[in-house]
Design a protein around this ligand. Structure first.
Ligand code: UT7
Length: 429
């Protein structure tokens, strides 16, 4: 019996089945930074634990990093993009204000049956997104969800402000979350917000309150502003508290937790959490030295590295915990369900995947061209005469085809609209 049919009858759990990460090639060391602003390797390492960070090159964007991480995650999960029902991108540095980076990612992957949206919850974004994905799967509205945290913070930090520019880096991490019948995966989540601390970590300009203007640019308000000390105080308290809360919600004991994967903002914040929780330090994943703070991407990147290092095994209980702008915080209790570390996929599967993404690019180009040509050949909506009639017929025929294709797709389910008698008449004409 197929997994899907087995799952549809019994309880539904949401487990991570695929993972992938991507970082830009360009590395910026603390010594490089000391040549740009008044800082030193000694200060940065002693105050943050950061030794270097990856910085987006000219061709890297939040979307390109997301695409690379997502392709890897899909390959590990062993599913094709058309099996995805939902794509969620957690980011504070989207490709555009709109359209969403998630929609662009959906198109780039050829995930033709997936809904897509961006999620903005500061550095807690990935935790929020994973929690939403698990809810969608457990409720039965999705079978496979792609969750990505992707950032190019180097594009919104002020490279003249030593208080912030030394902290951040660029990168992306992705997971595929799939339905499963056995008890595993996301067991509990805790999400929180305190908007009264919104101004502590903010990009003041470029939004509805202060649209981009000369004044905004003069005040450098298009860049990140942060009250580091206050955020530090908040983070040091909230991280252990959220961890304890989610462990309790999952019905576990703290000692049961094999690995904690915290948001990588400052190794002193992580050290404070280790002390407060009383867990051995080797149960925490810390990779801030190499990447800095990559916001929504930091937790999935740390997860990928922990898996690659063999630190995650079937049956392990993990806690993922983050905090960030908003202020927000979130923690997830995760029981690792994948039986063994994924083997490297055979080369021919990688070639097949590359061919698929090539086709997805062609599909996207055809749709763009078709859209551009349609108005020109058929005439504008409501046009008189032969072109108007042609457009009317063509529009109706397209609607019928779209609906029929919708009915043929199993994902469309029983709620998919059926062609009406009127549609059938139109199709016959
Ligand atoms: O994802 C969430 C986002 N953000 C965070 O989690 C950040 C949380 N906060 C922190 O990590 C820390 O507060 C920082 C790393 C930002 C700062 O560390 P700190 O130990 O709290 O330093 P501080 O703010 O108390 O500043 C100490 C001094 C200041 O000089 P004065 O005023 O005492 O003379 C700063 O001007 O260090 C100075 N300073 C620097 N010096 C050299 C600040 N940045 C730098 C720098 N290099 N890059």
């Amino acid at each position: 019996m197929s997994d899907r049919r087995r799952v549809s009858r019994g309880p539904r759990y949401a487990q991570i089945t695929g993972w992938g990460m991507a970082v830009p090639e360009k590395v910026l060391t603390n010594d490089d930074l000391a040549r740009i602003v008044d800082t030193s390797d000694e200060w940065i390492v002693s105050h943050t634990g950061i030794q270097q960070r990856c910085i987006a090159g000219e061709r890297d964007t939040t979307l390109t990093l997301a695409v690379r991480a997502a392709q890897e995650a899909l390959l590990v999960a062993g599913i094709v993009p058309t099996q995805l029902d939902l794509v969620i991108v957690a980011t504070v540095t989207p490709e555009y204000l709109f359209p969403s980076t998630a929609s662009l990612l959906q198109d780039a992957l050829g995930a033709a049956h997936a809904g897509a949206f961006d999620l903005s919850a500061g550095c807690s974004g990935f935790i929020y997104a994973l929690s939403m994905a698990a809810d969608a799967i457990r409720s039965g509205s999705a079978e496979h969800v792609l969750v990505v945290g992707s950032e190019t913070l180097s594009r919104i930090v002020d490279w003249t402000d030593r208080n912030t520019c030394v902290l951040f880096g660029d990168g992306a991490g992705a997971v595929v979350v799939s339905v499963c019948a056995e008890r595993c995966g996301v067991m509990a989540s805790v999400l929180g917000s305190d908007g009264s601390g919104g101004e502590l970590l903010i990009v003041p300009g470029g939004g509805s309150r202060h649209p981009l203007s000369q004044q905004v640019l003069e005040r450098r308000d298009q860049y990140v502003k942060m009250n580091g000390r206050e955020v530090y105080r908040f983070a040091s308290t909230v991280m252990p508290r959220a961890t304890e809360a989610v462990v309790q919600k999952a019905g576990w004991q703290l000692q049961d937790v094999a690995l904690v994967i915290p948001h990588q903002a400052n190794d002193r914040i992580i050290a404070a959490a280790i002390k407060r929780l009383g867990l051995p330090a080797d149960r925490f994943v810390v990779n801030i030295a190499r990447y800095g703070n990559t916001s929504s991407a930091s937790i999935p990147i740390a997860l990928c590295e922990a898996i690659a290092e063999g630190r995650v095994n079937a049956g392990d209980r993990l806690v993922l915990v983050g905090f960030g702008a908003g202020l927000t915080w979130g923690a997830l209790a995760l029981e690792w369900g994948v039986p063994e570390p994924a083997r490297p996929r055979p080369l021919f599967l990688r070639w097949l995947a590359t061919f698929w993404y090539f086709l997805a690019g062609i599909r996207s180009a055809i749709r763009r061209t078709e859209r551009a040509l349609y108005d020109r050949t058929m005439g504008p909506e409501g046009a008189e005469g032969v072109r108007g009639k042609l457009r009317e017929r063509s529009d109706r025929l397209r609607a019928v085809i779209a609906r029929r294709l919708g009915r043929l797709r199993p994902e469309a389910g029983p709620t998919a609209e059926k062609p009406t008698a009127e549609d059938d008449d139109a199709a016959r004409q």
